[in-house]
Design a protein around this ligand. Structure first.
Ligand code: G1P
Length: 189
């Protein structure tokens, strides 16, 4: 936590205003998101996992969400990956996500659910009703599956390259890729 705050500070440097919450135990992404309820209030919330690196801005994702029943339900981003069993995997039927499985042994598709999610204010009650998974976490995949059960989850395919840098190896690869071809535009001189 100290390292994160030291690195990012108040947000002024980026023209933003950061608030922080500490998750005392690693009990899953849904459990961490729960800490933001007071912060988000009744507005829709955009959840972005800190170890996910995106090449393109997500403005299309937000725009499509706001056009989705006027910003109701949930929206996720999918991308095709070589090893889907390392991620949440979306089973698709025509144009709908019918189920998301968390790190399945036998993935039903090559489409990983990336770490960018949009939810309406009902997400807080959904999190409260989420059960612990077999690995002892409150899974964001359980939250997404509840929206699927309600028929209220839509998706976009991720534009540009995407990486999850949650392992030392993938962190190294991300650094190498950015060194060769920076994801983000160089700062203006
Ligand atoms: C988490 C989610 C998973 C998602 C991934 C994206 O996994 O549980 O559904 O596909 O982020 O980065 P984690 O990397 O925390 O194991």
């Amino acid at each position: 936590m100290g390292d994160v705050v030291n690195l990012l500070g108040s947000g002024t440097e980026f023209g933003l205003d950061f608030s922080y919450k500490v998750q005392d135990e690693a009990r899953g992404i849904a459990d961490a998101l729960r800490l933001a309820e007071g912060f988000a209030g009744n507005a829709p919330v955009f959840v972005l996992l800190g170890d996910n690196v995106f090449e393109q801005p997500a403005d299309y994702f937000v725009k499509n969400y706001l056009e989705q029943q006027g910003g109701r339900g949930a929206r996720v981003m999918l991308t095709e990956v070589a090893e889907p069993s390392q991620f949440g995997v979306a089973a698709l039927d025509e144009k709908k996500v019918i189920e998301i499985q968390e790190k399945p042994d036998r993935p039903k598709s090559p489409y990983a659910v990336v770490g960018a999610y949009l939810y309406d204010e009902r997400v807080w009650d959904i999190i409260r009703n989420t059960k612990l998974s077999a690995r002892g976490e409150y899974e964001i995949t359980s939250v997404n599956n509840e929206y699927i059960a309600r028929g209220e989850l839509e998706y976009d395919f991720c534009r540009g390259r995407w990486m999850d840098t949650g392992t030392f190896e993938s962190y190294l690869v991300a650094n190498q890729l950015m060194f060769e071809r920076p994801f983000l535009a160089e700062p203006k001189a």
